[in-house]
Design a protein around this ligand. Structure first.
Ligand code: SAH
Length: 261
């Protein structure tokens, strides 16, 4: 029996699917993740969903300060015994609380909250994150315009960050194994790289466009917003899946100038 399985039995924990509880059993992966964040003693590191602390024990060795957020009370009690004063533990649901300030975030996050958690993190000011996602989700996060997995998620993360793939992790590295493999990515918050004049409208337009990703821009907008556009709409004949975030932004600017919103 793996050490993790044994520990769970000992603590009387039956992994909860609702809490996305898949515990990493391969220490080498935890080490690679933590090394990728290049933690120094200057850093305050945030970990979300520490579980039994496989990443946590690597983080506390390197960071000046480590803060974890854990929703499961049995686990947070266990961690406070294991790590005592080396760790600041926030007990609660990461989506409900105000995040503490941090320099780096490392997390094997519960997959079922990938989107709300990512966008919550991207509201914060931090240096970098090393985060694990479902493989397909990570593909969509890192895709560029014209690529197969280019999606609303690609666009909305790209205006707030640079995301690079680090490595894949087999589902068999977890107990219990999730249904799909995972990918570790590095997220570095950044500016869009172009003037984003109307962020709220941009988000609305992106939402509508990607409901019709194979259609031409003009048609997608006409369907999505139930409007009639003149034929000279910029990129009108281009397909949604080919339009870069910068082009979407200038399309939005054009529509605002023409009084279409
Ligand atoms: N990082 C650990 C555990 C991963 S399992 C490892 O790699 O082994 C996901 C963890 O996130 C569990 O500890 C679960 O209790 C916790 N969790 C799930 N949803 C959460 C939420 N909304 N807020 C905080 N923690 C959460």
């Amino acid at each position: 029996m793996s050490a993790i399985k044994e520990k769970l039995l000992q603590l009387g924990i039956r992994p909860s699917r609702g809490l996305g509880q898949h515990f990493l059993i391969d220490k080498r992966i935890a080490v690679r993740q933590v090394e990728a964040a290049e933690i120094t003693e200057e850093d305050t590191v945030l970990e979300i969903g520490p579980g039994l602390g496989i990443l946590t024990s690597e983080i506390v060795e390197r960071a000046g300060k480590t803060i974890v957020i854990e929703k499961d009370t049995v686990l947070s009690n266990y961690l406070s015994q294991e790590f005592s004063e080396r760790l600041e533990i926030i007990r609660g649901d990461v989506l409900d609380i105000e995040l503490p300030s941090f320099d780096k975030v490392i997390s094997n996050i519960p997959f079922n909250i990938s989107s709300p958690l990512t966008f919550k993190l991207l509201e914060e000011n931090f240096e970098c994150g090393v985060l694990m996602y479902q493989k397909e989700y990570a593909r969509r996060m890192t895709a560029k315009s014209g690529e197969k997995n280019y999606s609303r998620l690609s666009v909305m993360t790209s205006i707030k960050s640079n995301i690079t793939k680090l490595f894949d992790v087999s589902r068999n590295s977890f107990y219990p194994p999730p249904r799909v493999d995972a990918t570790v990515v590095k997220i570095e918050p950044s500016e869009p790289g172009f003037e984003l004049g109307h962020p709220d409208l941009f988000a609305r337009v992106v939402r509508e466009l990607f409901n019709y990703r194979r259609k031409k821009i003009k048609n997608a907008l006409e369907y999505g917003f139930n409007i009639k556009l003149s034929p000279d709409i910029p990129y009108g004949d281009k397909r949604v899946e080919k339009l870069s975030p910068k082009e979407i932004s200038s399309l939005v600017d054009h529509m605002v100038d023409k009084g279409l919103f």
